[in-house]
Design a protein around this ligand. Structure first.
Ligand code: SAM
Length: 248
């Protein structure tokens, strides 16, 4: 539980690991040291809450690997006054991290039950600047935009045109892109045009929706139902290549 010495020391060890793996943004590390990740994982996985690994949550989804949360958050280069759109609320952990680094977070999730549970934890944590929505995030949330930052926590097959349109001039869109082989990209809007930086190789659960993958299909085009079972925590997780993945 938060506040207990065991959680505090596990969190400190995780922060040390993230530093060693190259996360240098001290404000991101600070908030990752404040937010109790154990509140966002299923009860049976609390002991692994500070492992540097993605973990399964309800509805076959994942809470992202702490390294990937830190890296993606740092890529947004937040300084405080920004409005950020997150696609893929999942457990709500990433939204909680963002909420302490910017003015307002809009987070959309396609699975209502996940959004509801995330809302409960965020409320318990006292996050008052996060607005949760249920729907197809591939279409963005134009009525709340434009956004200074957009963070997509599921893998898109192709360049996300609609999301790019909802980005403010000078804003940053951080998103895993690619079929089968995914690359984390940071896309900046400069004079209305995308400037794309490839950050690292990664593997995320599929972004499903009108401008993503069709329901029931994964990034390789095979049916999700046909996918062979893997050990818990491996299917649909994020595996950064550089630095080396924490094998799960
Ligand atoms: N950010 C989450 C966290 O901190 O726990 C991790 C998210 S998980 C890796 C990806 C999430 O994206 C899943 O919850 C999935 O249901 C959601 N998702 C996939 N396609 C989506 C879409 N089109 N719109 C909104 N959410 C989507």
């Amino acid at each position: 539980m938060p506040g207990l010495p065991s959680a505090a020391s596990a969190r400190t060890r995780l922060l040390d690991l993230l530093r060693r793996e190259g996360i240098q943004d001290e404000s991101v590390l600070r908030v990752m040291g404040e937010v109790p990740r154990e509140w966002f994982v299923p009860a049976g996985l609390v002991a692994q809450a500070y492992d540097n690994s993605a973990l399964p949550i309800e509805a076959g989804q994942t809470i992202s690997q702490p390294y990937m949360v830190a890296l993606m958050t740092a890529e947004l280069r937040l300084s405080g006054p920004e409005t950020v759109l997150e696609i893929g609320t999942g457990s709500g952990y990433q939204a909680a991290i963002l909420s302490r680094l910017c003015q307002r977070v809009v987070s959309i999730e396609r699975i209502p039950e996940l959004s509801r549970r995330a809302g409960e934890v965020l409320h318990r944590l006292g996050c008052q600047n996060v607005e949760l929505m249920v729907g197809d995030g591939t279409l963005g949330v134009p009525e709340r935009g434009p956004y200074d930052g957009i963070l997509v926590t599921a893998g898109a097959p192709v360049f996300p045109h609609t999301l790019f349109q909802q980005l403010r001039e000078g804003g940053r869109l951080v998103i895993p892109v690619g079929t089968g082989y995914q690359v984390l990209q940071t896309i900046r809007k400069r004079h209305g045009q995308p400037q794309i930086d490839n950050v690292c190789e990664c593997r995320f659960v599929p972004l499903i929706g009108a401008e993503g993958y069709p329901e029931g299909r994964d990034q390789t085009g095979s049916s999700l139902a046909e996918r062979p079972p893997g050990p818990p925590g491996v299917t649909g997780t994020e595996l950064p290549r550089d630095p080396p993945p924490d094998t799960e």
